[in-house]
Design a protein around this ligand. Structure first.
Ligand SMILES: CC(C)(COP(=O)(O)OP(=O)(O)OC[C@H]1O[C@@H](n2cnc3c(N)ncnc32)[C@H](O[C@H]2O[C@H](COP(=O)(O)OP(=O)(O)OP(=O)(O)O)[C@@H](O)[C@H]2O)[C@@H]1O)[C@@H](O)C(=O)NCCC(=O)NCCS
Ligand SMILES: Nc1ncnc2[nH]cnc12
Length: 290
């Protein structure tokens, strides 16, 4: 007897999880990224590699789908939804740590893409800015069950240097994505940079202004200043598509490696940029771009 397996179309939550995971894979694969894991190697990391980034990204699919589905059930920004997302985020993080044997690959990405997946479900058809604003409203609600970790790398450097970190980036509506990453991605595409160069330019635009707590943790204020100035120098020289820009990009990569610095926060926000780019109603990425 032949069994007929009914193929069901993916739900909206599953489609959002697909996009979130794809954005993480695209970010990991993008090369050459200064100091970060990419197709060339492990960058400034001794415990990360591309296969691990891919496995970590795939492990987060159920968490993103559950977060989007929770938003579908609740239908609006609310305290109850915030608390559910907090628990799902912590479960997702536990699964990530299980898959990576304890290495923190995507903590910041779970936070950013989890909030954005939920917000995208609430604000179906909205602009990138509208989705980010809804994610910000969720991030501003307190989650009483969240364990406060004053010793996280982010918490330590925010205290020490008086800067804003991942939490505030979300609470302010992801300015690094909405004001820097996305506009640069679209501008570089319009200028004919090619998809991979446009994505590199978007990463550099984010790095130009972000107070990346990963860089601060490993390389202090000097590392942060060199990251921001180096990223600006690449863009000023013409971006990743130009010969002069590529030269500056090589120098920035060398600098980040010499400082043992890795802009993991900027990498997460590039993934958030790519996620919103695929979702929101503006010029789509060319097909077959990856
Ligand atoms: C609110 C949380 C994000 C916790 O934030 P906090 O600052 O307290 O904690 P961190 O543990 O430092 O994690 C923050 C991660 O966010 C990324 N990031 C850094 N700067 C920024 C920024 N300015 N804006 C946005 N995002 C930023 C970054 O993630 C990436 O780097 C990770 C590797 O970092 P680290 O472990 O420090 O790495 P190494 O240098 O390699 O360590 P060593 O080798 O030196 O030991 C990597 O994971 C990237 O993703 C920061 O790490 C949030 O986590 C939270 O509260 N979660 C609770 C659950 C919840 O409520 N969820 C809501 C629904 S989703
Ligand atoms: N490509 C990457 N390399 C290192 N840390 C990261 N965190 C998120 N993406 C990363």
């Amino acid at each position: 007897m032949s069994a007929l397996i009914a193929r069901q179309a993916p739900t909206a939550a599953e489609r959002l999880a697909d996009l979130a995971v794809q954005a993480l894979v695209d970010e990991a694969d993008l090369s050459p990224k200064p100091g970060l894991v990419d197709r060339r190697g492990s960058g400034a990391h001794s415990d990360l590699h591309l296969g691990l980034m891919h496995a970590s990204a795939q492990s987060l699919w159920p968490a993103f789908a559950a977060m989007a589905d929770a938003a579908r059930c609740e239908g609006r920004v609310s305290q109850a939804l915030r608390e559910t997302l907090g628990q799902l985020g912590r479960d997702g993080e536990a699964e990530m740590l299980r898959v990576t044997a304890g290495v923190n690959t995507h903590r910041g990405a779970i936070w950013a893409l989890g909030l954005l997946s939920a917000a995208a479900m609430l604000e179906s058809g909205a602009s990138a800015g509208g989705i980010a604003a809804s994610a910000a409203a969720l991030a501003r609600l307190d989650d009483p069950a969240a364990p406060h970790n004053p010793d996280s790398h982010g918490a330590r450097v925010c205290r020490r240097y008086g800067v804003l970190g991942a939490r505030e980036q979300a609470q302010h509506g992801f300015p690094a994505v909405i004001e820097h990453g996305l506009p640069q991605l679209l501008a570089s595409r319009r200028a004919g940079a090619g998809e991979q160069n446009a994505r590199l330019d978007a990463l550099l635009a984010i790095m130009s202004s972000l107070t990346d707590t990963c860089v601060l943790h490993r390389a202090g204020l000097e590392g942060l200043t060199r990251m921001q100035a180096g990223a600006r120098a690449v863009l000023r020289a013409g971006g990743a598509a130009s010969l002069a820009g590529r030269r500056q990009l090589r120098l920035l990569d060398r600098d980040m490696l010499a400082l043992n610095a890795s802009p993991g926060g900027a990498a997460d926000l590039l993934a958030a940029t790519l996620f919103l780019d695929r979702l929101a109603p503006h010029a789509p990425a060319p097909t077959g771009s990856n």
